[in-house]
Ligand binder design. Structure first.
Ligand code: GRF
Length: 202
């Protein structure tokens, strides 16, 4: 069984999509066993509790030295035997020690078609504001592997979403979540669980 940790910072709608997909049998050889939040106020923690999933808060602000934060994250994940890490609306930067501990095993969902509107400073509504400011007619979401470059890892899945006249960042975010993020992330988790299960079998 592939043990999955989902890292969150906010409302947790992508976490909820994963919980619902797991219940629907979308990734039978994977199990979400931990939700790790970057702050204690994340509503995603409520979602984890309702789903009976262990949760823990590891806040970047509690550590003066980034190396201590990275060590705490790795220990939190390795103590639960985590195989696959999913960043779902996670806003803290993971340092090299975390990336090295989980090579090609950390997924992130970004609310644009990378390489557009991504990288440092592009998160949440800012991404959709930038898309509207530029006047693109098509945007979407991307699931990619995580490396040390923000939003820089290998792209796994993308899905396009139409920008409509009169869109606000909030309206566009909702459409991108509903039509792209909440579909792509479970799909990508299923792909990686399949791949990791096969690797374990070899
Ligand atoms: C959303 O903007 C999503 O696109 C991005 O993080 C934000 C919050 O997502 N990945 P969630 O509702 O906490 O999953």
């Amino acid at each position: 069984m592939i043990k999955i940790a989902v890292l969150v910072s906010g409302g947790g709608t992508n976490l909820q999509a994963l919980i619902d997909a797991q219940k629907a049998g979308a990734f039978p050889n994977g199990k979400i066993v931990l939700v790790m939040a970057s702050n204690p106020k994340a509503y995603a923690l409520e979602r984890a509790k309702n789903a009976g999933i262990e949760s823990v808060v590891v806040s970047r602000k509690s550590f003066d030295d980034p190396a201590d934060y990275d060590r705490a994250v790795v220990e939190t994940l390795q103590s639960r035997g985590i195989d696959l890490v999913v960043l779902a609306g996670f806003l803290s930067i993971l340092g090299k020690p975390v990336i090295d501990a989980y090579p090609e095993r950390i997924l992130n969902i970004h609310p644009s078609l990378i390489p557009s509107f991504c990288g440092a400073g592009f998160y949440g509504l800012r991404v959709h504001q930038a898309a509207l400011d530029y006047g693109v007619k098509i945007t979407g979401a991307t699931v990619h592997l995580v490396n040390e470059i923000p939003d820089g890892g290998r792209i796994l899945l993308q899905k396009a979403v139409e920008v409509l006249p009169g869109d606000t960042p909030e309206l566009l975010q909702k459409r991108v979540m509903e039509q792209a993020e909440w579909k792509l992330l479970p799909q990508a988790v299923a792909m990686l669980c399949e791949q990791l299960e096969q690797e374990k079998g070899n």
